[in-house]
Design a protein around this ligand. Structure first.
Ligand code: UT7
Length: 299
């Protein structure tokens, strides 16, 4: 389809270099909040809860419906509830790990009992279809989880990082000012630079979070990584000495959906029966900022 649009690329190149076979783009009248609300409803249904049971909504997104208010406030309204805390977290492709970590901390501090943590993106809106190095990679989607206060974790440990020295290697630099867009509003990425950094930091942060929990990779049943590139996932698994068949891989069906990719992968793995109750998960993500992080979750 892209080749037909005049982009100099091929299915073979995309599959071989990234593992991506398909992506989803929303219609013009669909926003991140629509995807987020649908994902939230499916997560609530799976948890046997109603939206009124939730006292915290966090949406991880870099493609919000509006500059403000937050996409989380819009999701709250679409869920037909009001009063509970609702806000967005913006850490690009690490957004879901950041949001999960914030929700976990708020629950552990007694500030919330039941949280909806959602990753939702419409990255198709940011793509420059004249740039073959980025337009073949990203897609739209959303995924959500419900966290509940409990004596047994849950979220065992999280670790977050950012390094603002690398802002330029992955960014959408445009901004709104005086009713105009200043700067370029389309996504820019130095793919090889991101690739190199990602491979280094993902292995390190996985080991950090395991050390925080007093665990090793042999305690990990499933690695659920950010779905950017199959080669990054394979390389992280090799570094951690995790066999490839313990990595949840959905990049082929979704492409890179930024903050949505980890909860989407988790959703596919849980609903397909791949991830089972009682199993121990290592979630990890990396993205613009530069941001990265990991979470250990006992499902
Ligand atoms: O989600 C946040 C985190 N993001 C990521 O983790 C993305 C990280 N980066 C990557 O996944 C990879 O760097 C890419 C998939 C973006 C690129 O793969 P690569 O193996 O690093 O390719 P490259 O950029 O080194 O380019 C190799 C060649 C170049 O041609 P020459 O200079 O060797 O003639 C590119 O121009 O491939 C060319 N190329 C393409 N060819 C066909 C770049 N994009 C395309 C394309 N189709 N779409």
């Amino acid at each position: 389809m892209l080749a037909k649009r005049g982009v100099e690329t091929s299915d073979d190149w995309i599959v071989e270099r990234t593992g991506i076979r398909a992506r989803h783009f929303v219609a013009d009248d669909v926003n991140a909040s629509d995807l987020a609300t649908a994902a939230a409803q499916r997560a609530l249904e799976a948890a046997g809860l109603a939206a009124t049971d939730i006292d915290l909504i966090i949406v991880a997104t870099s493609t919000p419906d509006m500059v403000f208010p937050s996409t989380a406030s819009i999701v709250q309204r679409k869920l037909g509830v009001h009063g509970c805390a609702a806000f967005d977290v913006q850490a690009v492709c690490s957004g879901f790990i950041y949001a999960l970590s914030v929700a976990d901390a708020m629950i552990k501090a007694g500030g919330a009992n039941r949280a909806l943590v959602i990753g939702a993106e419409v990255f198709s809106r940011l793509l420059d279809f004249d740039d073959r190095t980025t337009c073949v990679l990203f897609g739209d989607g959303a995924g959500a989880v419900v966290l509940e206060a409990s004596h047994k974790p849950g979220v065992v440990a999280t670790k977050l990082h950012a390094d603002g020295r690398h802002l330029e290697i992955l960014c959408t630099p445009g901004t709104v000012s005086g009713g105009r867009i200043l700067g370029d509003p389309l996504l820019k990425m130095d793919g090889p630079a991101v690739f190199k950094l990602a491979v280094g930091v993902l292995g390190d942060v996985a080991n950090e979070v395991l050390a925080l929990a007093g665990r090793t990779t042999s305690d990990v049943d499933w690695l659920v990584p950010h779905q950017a590139n199959i080669r990054i996932m394979q390389s992280t698994a090799r570094k951690l000495k995790l066999p490839a068949d313990r990595v949840v891989v959905t990049v082929a069906e979704h492409g890179n959906t930024s903050a949505a990719s980890i909860p989407l992968a988790l959703d596919v793995a849980v609903r397909s029966g791949q991830v089972q109750r009682g199993q121990r998960l290592l979630l990890e993500g990396v993205g613009g900022g530069f941001t990265w992080g990991a979470a250990l979750v006992d499902y």
